[in-house]
Ligand binder design. Structure first.
Ligand SMILES: Cc1cc2nc3c(=O)[nH]c(=O)nc-3n(C[C@H](O)[C@H](O)[C@H](O)COP(=O)(O)OP(=O)(O)OC[C@H]3O[C@@H](n4cnc5c(N)ncnc54)[C@H](O)[C@@H]3O)c2cc1C
Length: 552
């Protein structure tokens, strides 16, 4: 479909900048120009390793769902504009098709040459990275790219939505209960409602795929059978692991970063981090993670997602980390950055409601799903406060249920001020959740106040932020843990050697009870449980890993 009216898409906040003549000349030296004809496809949705295209004459249309009944033009770009989005740099398959709208000319630059230019020209690099990050957000907002179809009550549909959202994959969610387009799409691909959820990924029909299958279909970096020749493995790609990855790779270590779910960790689920240095108006955890992933890749780090570490063993000076898919990685230095995971409520029928109405993060996906409905949030810390502020902009009403007598016990002052200013938020202090009510789905939450009096809070979704437990089960006793399961480091770590002694080595401050294993961020015993602290520890662990490698 060639657009009838060719009108260039406005440049929103730097998402579609125009290159200067000098920048085009620099790119021309790295690629080649060629004429285009109307309707010519420059690259297709699902294609990997596309060239970087600059429009020299005429216009190029960006098309979502090319060749399907849902085909739509989502952008038009003329002279001096460049094509592509984040997937061009991350190696994912393209989320849209680019088609010449009229006769013109483009400059095609191989992506490796583009990377060289980005690394050598910081102003140009900044322009492209900023545009690509913004374009990914625009694609997510437009619901372009993948299609996920299923029932809002299906646990697998929810798993797929969460995996896509956590990995910042653009998708449109078609809800069988609410969206007539869902049934139309199912008829079109010959699938019955009881065979859902399905994902349409770049023209391929995936029936209830596993997260790894979906990752493979979109080109997320999969774990390889053997990561040979690596110096450093970082387990966990939250802020601590990403920081270790950036510093490790930038110092020349061959670095592999593994994550069981998505880069970003807990911070990736935060709608706005307002106290991270250098971002006075705050930054979403997802954007922070996206930037860090690009930065780590720029220095040569390799990612594997989803890749869950399930075991670790020691053989002389090396450690072998076993992964969930049966593969393994062997290295001399390991950074444990597996953080912590949410704590669950102790109430009857929790598992049942967890399948469709209970959440442990409040991202854009959940906010849109429960737009206009009453929701409840449990917890008195900053994560609960952030979720309250964020969800109040979408939900009809938010009830914040807090066990403490005062919000100030665990929440930062700036968040309390924001919560107190919101008109559609009710705060229940000294109150605890006792029961979840509803037959097919959540309808209300039964709560008790400090006198034991029962109250009913209407809620279609419940968001739980009541603390976290360390993700250390996979360590299997190789390193010393504290009474709560967090990794002990430095002087507090007791050696697990058979003789109970330390064999003469001096443990550094972030080093666990085995030489060459470091623990950083929330997983570390006594850590600050803050993004900045996690990032600082990740960076510091690299220096200590170098020192350990030199000493052995
Ligand atoms: C909603 C919310 C809002 C927050 N807001 C703020 C804020 O405003 N300011 C602030 O400073 N802090 C905030 N925090 C706290 C902050 O996010 C954490 O301190 C920080 O994310 C810790 O980073 P980390 O890398 O140590 O661990 P995590 O962020 O927990 O990352 C650990 C990573 O390891 C992965 N992983 C776990 N087990 C395995 C395994 N076996 N194999 C492979 N990978 C594994 C996980 O998938 C995860 O990606 C917030 C937390 C939440 C939940």
């Amino acid at each position: 479909m060639i657009p009838e009216r060719v009108e260039e898409t406005p440049d929103l906040q730097g998402a579609h900048p125009r290159l200067s003549e000098a920048q085009i000349a620099a790119l021309a030296a790295l690629g080649h120009g060629r004429a285009t004809h109307p309707g010519e496809i420059l690259f297709r949705q699902g294609q990997r390793d596309c060239d970087f295209f600059v429009v020299l004459a005429g216009n190029v249309a960006v098309v979502d769902g090319y060749g399907t009944p849902e085909e739509r033009v989502i952008g038009v770009h003329g002279r001096g504009r460049f094509l592509g989005e984040l997937s061009l740099l991350t190696g994912e398959a393209s989320f849209y098709t680019a088609m010449a709208a009229d006769a013109g000319e483009v400059l095609a630059v191989p992506v490796d040459r583009l990377r060289e230019l980005i690394a050598g020209d910081p102003a140009f690099g900044d322009l492209v990275l900023r545009a690509y990050l913004l374009r990914r957000s625009i694609l997510i907002g437009l619901g372009a790219g993948l299609r996920i179809v299923g029932s809002r009550y299906s646990p697998d549909a929810r798993r797929l939505r969460e995996f896509a959202a956590r990995n910042r994959l653009p998708f449109r969610w078609l809800d069988l209960e609410a969206d007539p387009a869902a049934e139309a799409l199912l008829r079109q691909v010959g699938v019955t409602p009881d065979e859902t959820p399905i994902v349409i990924a770049h023209g391929r029909l995936l029936r209830n795929p596993s997260n790894a299958e979906l990752a493979g279909a979109v080109g997320l970096p999969a774990p390889r059978t053997r990561h040979t020749g690596s110096d450093l493995v970082v387990v966990g790609a939250g802020p601590a692991g990403l920081s270790a990855g950036v510093y490790g790779a930038s110092e020349g270590m061959r670095t592999v970063i593994l994550d069981s779910t998505a880069a970003g960790g807990q911070a990736g689920t935060s709608s706005r981090i307002e106290n991270y240095l250098g971002f006075p108006s705050g930054i979403s955890g997802a954007e922070l993670a996206e930037r860090a992933v690009l930065q780590a890749r720029k220095f040569g780090a390799t990612f594997a997602v989803p890749a869950r570490a399930t075991a670790i063993t020691r053989d002389d000076r090396n450690y072998t980390i076993g992964l969930g898919d049966g593969t393994s990685v062997t290295v001399g230095s390991v950074v444990i950055a597996t953080g912590a995971s949410y704590r669950r409520l102790d109430v009857p029928r929790l598992e049942f409601f967890e399948q469709m109405s209970v959440y442990y993060a409040a991202s854009q996906a959940e906010a849109l799903l429960w737009r206009g409905d009453p929701v409840a949030i449990v917890g008195g810390g900053n994560s609960a406060g952030q979720a309250t502020v964020f969800l109040s902009g979408h939900a009809a009403r938010v009830t914040l249920i807090v066990r403490e007598p005062d919000l100030g016990v665990c929440m930062s002052r700036y968040l309390i001020d924001q919560v107190e200013r919101l008109g559609n938020v009710q705060v229940l202090l000294r109150t605890e959740v006792r029961e979840l009510l509803g037959d097919q789905a959540l309808e209300a939450v039964a709560v008790d106040d400090r006198t034991g009096a029962r109250g009913i809070v209407e809620a279609r979704a419940l968001f739980v932020f009541i603390g976290a437990t360390a993700c250390t089960g996979w360590l299997g006793g190789l390193v010393d843990l504290d009474d709560h399961g967090f990794v002990r480091t430095g002087e507090t770590a007791r050696s697990a050697d058979a003789d109970g002694g330390d064999n003469g080595w001096q443990r550094s401050v972030l080093e666990a009870s085995q030489p060459g294993i470091f623990a950083v961020g929330d997983v570390r015993s006594g850590s600050a449980k803050r993004v900045a602290a996690a990032v600082g520890e990740g960076a510091m662990a690299i220096r200590l890993a170098f020192e350990r490698a030199r000493a052995t």
